[in-house]
Design a protein around this ligand. Structure first.
Ligand SMILES: Nc1nc2c(ncn2[C@@H]2O[C@H](COP(=O)(O)OP(=O)(O)OP(=O)(O)O)[C@@H](O)[C@H]2O)c(=O)[nH]1
Ligand SMILES: [Zn+2]
Length: 199
């Protein structure tokens, strides 16, 4: 069981001008320092808050790497929640749970022609190593039982629905760039993500 450990106000976003609160939790070890970023006190003020369960992607979130769409999805979430309120659960599950160095190994294999899921399998991992137990614990700590979920991933929506009521699944935009077309296509075809790519 996790509880709120600390809650601190800050401003975030491209221009550091969006009011938010960052929340840390008890019960997680050093490798799992997940945080919640709360906009407009949505956990306290909204009946059914918009929630994004965002998996860490150092290359995308911090460096806006051309290889994926994570940074753009995160920026979109922040901007939407600045308007509507909402909660980002920022999960330290880099590389869909395989870690940063393994993800970079997977990138090497992708440069040799494997897709993102094949590369994971080649390294001895499942397609997706993430579990949602920690996200559940964070929602419990925030006392949230009903959410609107911001995702394109139906597996994530199904997983969350085993623990809270998902009243609506809201898709993110499609952030197509020169280098991430194959990545998005693999998510669409293999991961069944709800992404509409131009033919
Ligand atoms: N193993 C692996 N992980 C990757 C790769 N590219 C991005 N990731 C990780 O994938 C995670 C994001 O997962 P995605 O499949 O892009 O999206 P999702 O979270 O399932 O779905 P959305 O909620 O729609 O974003 C982040 O932790 C990234 O670090 C890759 O090529 N291999
Ligand atoms: Zn990414």
């Amino acid at each position: 069981m996790s509880e709120i450990r600390a809650r601190v106000s800050l401003k975030v976003g491209q221009n550091s001008d969006i009011d938010a609160e960052i929340i840390s939790f008890t019960g997680f070890d050093k490798d799992n320092e997940h945080v919640a970023m709360v906009f407009k006190q949505a956990d306290l003020n909204q009946d059914v808050p918009l929630v994004r369960v965002h998996s860490e992607c150092l290359t995308g979130d911090v460096f806006h790497s051309s290889r994926c769409d994570c940074g753009e999805q995160l920026d979109e979430s922040i901007n939407v929640m600045a308007e509507q309120g909402g909660i980002i659960l920022y999960m330290r599950q880099e590389g869909r749970g395989i870690g940063l160095y393994n993800k970079i190994d997977a990138y090497v294999l992708q440069s040799q022609g494997l897709n993102t899921y094949q590369a994971n399998n080649h390294l001895g991992f499942e397609d997706d190593q993430r579990s949602f137990e920690h996200a559940f614990a964070m929602l419990d700590a925030l006392d949230i039982q009903r959410i609107k979920l911001l995702t394109n991933n139906p597996r994530k929506a199904r997983a969350l629905a085993t623990h809270v009521e998902v009243t609506k699944v809201v898709n993110t935009q499609v952030h197509l760039k020169d280098d991430n077309a194959n990545y998005l296509a693999a998510k669409q075809e293999h991961g069944k993500h709800n992404i509409k790519l131009e033919p």
